[in-house]
Write a protein that binds this ligand. Structure first.
Ligand SMILES: [Zn+2]
Length: 150
């Protein structure tokens, strides 16, 4: 049997203590002491591979359009790796949601969280490059989002 645990990014940092990337001083995910993400190529991935598997975490895109960190080493959809001081417990998968899915409006350049792709799907279905911020009342009715603010 294996456990599946979800936690948020701050909780994960406090619990598992990701180490700072000493290879690239401009690494992503600056925690105040430096960037903690390791790239998927070159010296950085070689350093990641030299670590104990329980201390390696993968960063990537989820199926829902959000981005996540997962315990363990993987190749699919990966954008980067993290190494933590504290190992992931045995037989445990941990998932950390880093960001939700975002919808970008071509019309008004507004970005908004769209975790379930409801906004994107509704407007795309009617070939409208708009969002709830800039759509007219008629367009909101057309795409079926008029009840949202009701
Ligand atoms: Zn818009």
């Amino acid at each position: 049997m294996s456990n599946f645990i979800e936690m948020d990014f701050d909780e994960w940092c406090d619990t598992y203590k990701p180490i700072v990337n000493h290879i690239d001083i401009n690494a992503s995910f600056d925690n105040g002491d430096g960037g903690i993400m390791f790239e998927t190529y070159g010296d950085e991935v070689e350093f990641v591979k030299s670590q104990s598997p329980a201390n390696i975490w993968m960063y990537g895109d989820g199926d829902d359009g959000g981005s996540y960190i997962w315990s363990g080493w993987g190749f699919v959809n990966r954008l980067g790796y993290f190494i933590t001081e504290v190992p992931c417990p045995p037989d445990t998968t941990i998932q950390i949601q880093v960001s939700h899915n975002w919808y970008y409006c071509e019309n008004c350049s507004t970005e908004m969280e769209d975790p379930d792709n409801i906004i994107r799907d509704s407007f795309q279905e009617h070939d409208l490059e708009k969002c709830p911020e800039c759509a007219t009342l008629e367009e909101m009715t057309l795409v079926g989002l008029e009840t949202k603010n009701a």
